[in-house]
Design a protein around this ligand. Structure first.
Ligand SMILES: Cc1ncc(COP(=O)(O)O)c(C=O)c1O
Length: 395
């Protein structure tokens, strides 16, 4: 095998948030971290080598963004997503979460509503609330198997033209990869109601067989005028700690407003190593990603079988993309407020509590399965041992 995703790499001593938090902060010895969205895989060799060459130089002063940075992203988006992008549509940003905050400040005023499709990645709430705006929820509907958008409800939430929606596509934590039909239905509403869409497409490369990611802005020319797209190599290539991402808008007014806000917030020059990793990942990471995807899908299959056969009271919401998925634990006789604590203290497995994504996900936890299969299996076996002892409503 060219890339060894089974290799267990000890991350101790690297100040990894994922590993330190449950063990040192929550003080549960030997807990397995299946929570925050970074993977336990080494980044592609091409990325590591590019970084090594840059580090060997030994000087890390303020960097400019080289043309190759944009060319790598343009090549990637064209090849993998069929989206022809121009350099003058792009702005570098230190991360998607900062970009969401800049967008909220750039495109809405104090007290304005911003719509999100809940349960959703929790920093969406923070970007809205910490900037003095108002969260308006357009809850997804869960049909017991997967989450779907409620577009009738969305219509009722848009109270005036020019409102903003933060779209999560693919969706974290549900793992949905929205179909073209779903996105086109959303597009019709957006165009009709003049809705500004900030499309967080950070998970766009992590899509499993039988599904396809559609770049929202690419669906129609008029839609592109009111959409700002956020992309990053951070999830796909496991370089989140290098804090380098990009936003793309073909509407020059939107891009200018974004850049002005970014500047007002004090962001100017980027991260010298992040720029190198971004370029190397998009220019040379494809082969690695092609090997990663079936490995991750193998992990999905393992969870599905394991949960169905050995974890009564828990249901797996099979994801179509991302390396994150929900476990529906409402069949266990455990109060939602105690669920994550139970998994941590009884099983020594740390998931993300579903409630952080919205009240709709109470009774759920999110599992991050971006790890070697042996680690995933160990986590599931730990849960199995505990669940066997806990009373379960369904059995
Ligand atoms: C939907 C979504 N957006 C943004 C981020 C984080 O982006 P960044 O690290 O670039 O701020 C994540 C991380 O999990 C995510 O799931």
């Amino acid at each position: 095998m060219k890339y060894d995703f089974d290799k267990v790499v000890d991350r101790c001593g690297t100040e990894s948030l994922k590993w330190i938090y449950p063990r040192q902060v929550l003080k549960v010895d030997n807990a397995l971290p299946m929570w925050v969205a970074d993977m336990d895989f080494e980044s592609p060799p091409a990325v590591v080598e590019a970084l090594r060459r840059r580090v060997d130089h030994g000087i890390f002063g303020y960097p400019l963004v080289p043309p190759a940075f944009y060319e790598a992203a343009i090549g990637w988006l064209g090849r993998r997503h069929g989206w022809p992008v121009r350099k003058d549509w792009m702005a570098m940003t230190p991360g998607i979460v900062p970009a969401l905050n800049y967008c909220v400040r750039a495109f809405t005023g104090p007290g304005d509503p911003v719509i999100i499709q809940t349960p959703v990645y929790h920093p969406f709430y923070y970007a809205i609330e910490n900037n003095g705006r108002r969260v308006v929820r357009n809850p997804l509907r869960f049909d017991g198997r997967r989450y779907i958008m409620d577009l009738e409800d969305l219509r009722t939430r848009i109270d005036a033209p020019g409102r903003m929606l933060i779209l999560c596509s693919p969706h974290n934590p549900s793992g949905r990869v929205w179909t073209r039909e779903e996105l086109e239905a959303l597009e019709r509403i957006a165009v009709e109601r003049d809705l500004l869409v900030v499309a967080d497409e950070i998970h766009h490369d992590l899509v499993y067989r039988g599904h396809r990611h559609h770049v929202f802005a690419s669906l129609a020319p008029e839609l592109a005028q009111q959409t700002i797209t956020c992309i990053a190599p951070s999830k796909t290539f496991n370089v989140a700690g290098l804090t380098t991402a990009a936003v793309i808008a073909s509407n020059p007014d939107l891009l200018k407003k974004f850049e002005d806000e970014e500047e007002r917030s004090g962001f100017d020059l980027g991260n010298a190593l992040g720029i190198v990793a971004f370029e190397a990942a998009y220019a040379h990471g494809e082969d690695w990603l092609e090997a990663l995807l079936p490995y991750l899908e193998g992990n999905v299959d393992l969870i599905e079988t394991f949960v169905a056969e050995r974890l009564p009271g828990i249901r797996f919401v099979r994801p179509e993309g991302t390396y994150l998925a929900l476990l529906d634990c409402r069949g266990l006789a455990i109060e939602p407020a105690k669920l994550n604590e139970y998994f941590l203290n009884r099983c020594r497995v740390y998931f993300t509590d579903g409630r952080i994504f919205g009240e709709e996900a109470a009774g759920f936890v999110r599992i991050n399965f971006g790890c070697p299969r042996s680690v995933l299996r160990e986590a599931l076996e730990r849960v199995e041992r505990a669940v066997k002892e806990a009373p379960c409503r369904e059995c």
